[in-house]
Design a binder for this molecule. Structure first.
Ligand SMILES: NC(=O)c1ccc[n+]([C@@H]2O[C@H](COP(=O)([O-])OP(=O)(O)OC[C@H]3O[C@@H](n4cnc5c(N)ncnc54)[C@H](OP(=O)(O)O)[C@@H]3O)[C@@H](O)[C@H]2O)c1
Length: 257
């Protein structure tokens, strides 16, 4: 399992306790795998996930998100890769299913889409969205920190998606392995905006912090993001618990529930 130091990586290591977790120090996936790796299954959770940074340095992002998948596929074992709701442009207002045509708005989404193509035939490609967990940098941990420091936090209210708890995604990965190879959408039940998600985080954590709802333009982020990226499956992919349930589990794990 690559990406052992990431938020999904931590959850996968709990779900697949016999997996050998590999960090960047052991294998920088922009290079072919070191000699001596002969896995029966590759869980490829390593990725460039800095969406704004990918706009500044798309080649480095592609080296990880496309080249890395290619190198993982070259190991010759069945492969699981995770992709993103950011392969869509967000123009729809009903959930995106697997047969919807991708049209990424930014460099990160483009690298993830090309990475899907590099996974080969022996692969499960799991598109998910708005991941959060108990480690690494993520929206829940950032909001908890800001919520303790400030009375009010400005949060974008014009992007809708499915905040997905990595524990639920890792557990669902086991079920995906029972399905034929191919592309699957696996994201939390329910949907919300980032502002609604922030309000739920403060409410569940018992913080009095107010959320000031702003538009994406006001934030001035470098990368464009889809306004709507709710993912659902038309192929019988596992259905995850609601995002609020994931939030509660995550906060309990962080000691903030
Ligand atoms: N985060 C989201 O909201 C989101 C949404 C949809 C899909 N996804 C996808 O879900 C998967 C897991 O994401 P995540 O949130 O767990 O990401 P994450 O927390 O950022 O973890 C990514 C891991 O990849 C490692 N990595 C980066 N470059 C590497 C390289 N060149 N060689 C080896 N390892 C490298 C990182 O190592 P370092 O710690 O050393 O940098 C980190 O441990 C990714 O495919 C991502 O695109 C994420």
């Amino acid at each position: 399992m690559t990406g052992a130091g990431g938020q999904l990586g931590h959850a996968l290591l709990e779900e697949f306790p016999d997996a050998r977790g590999v960090t960047r120090a052991e294998w920088d996936v922009t290079h072919p795998a070191p000699a001596g790796m002969h896995p029966g299954l590759v869980l490829h959770a390593a990725a460039w996930t800095d969406v704004d940074g990918a706009e500044d340095d798309p080649q480095s992002a592609a080296a990880v998100n496309v080249g890395g998948v290619q190198h993982a596929a070259e190991l010759g074992a069945p492969l699981v890769v995770w992709s993103s709701d950011y392969v869509f442009d967000g123009a729809k207002r009903t959930p995106y299913v697997e047969s919807d045509p991708p049209a990424p708005l930014g460099a990160y989404g483009r690298t993830k889409l090309h990475g899907e193509g590099a996974a080969g035939e022996q692969a499960w490609i799991i598109r998910s969205s708005w991941l959060f967990g108990w480690t690494s940098r993520n929206f829940v941990r950032t909001m908890l920190r800001l919520g303790r420091e400030r009375d009010e936090v400005a949060v974008v209210d014009d992007q809708r998606g499915c905040p997905t708890y990595v524990g639920h995604l890792a557990a669902a990965t086991r079920d995906v392995l029972e399905l034929p190879h191919g592309l699957y959408h696996v994201a939390a039940e329910g949907e919300c905006t980032w502002a609604e998600f922030a309000e739920a985080i403060f409410a569940e954590a018992g913080l009095p912090t107010r959320v000031r709802r702003i538009a994406t333009d006001e934030l001035g982020a470098r990368a464009p993001r889809p306004a709507y990226s709710v993912l659902r499956s038309e192929k019988g992919a596992p259905v995850l618990p609601h995002w609020r349930e994931g939030l509660r589990e995550c906060l309990a794990r962080l000691g903030d529930g």
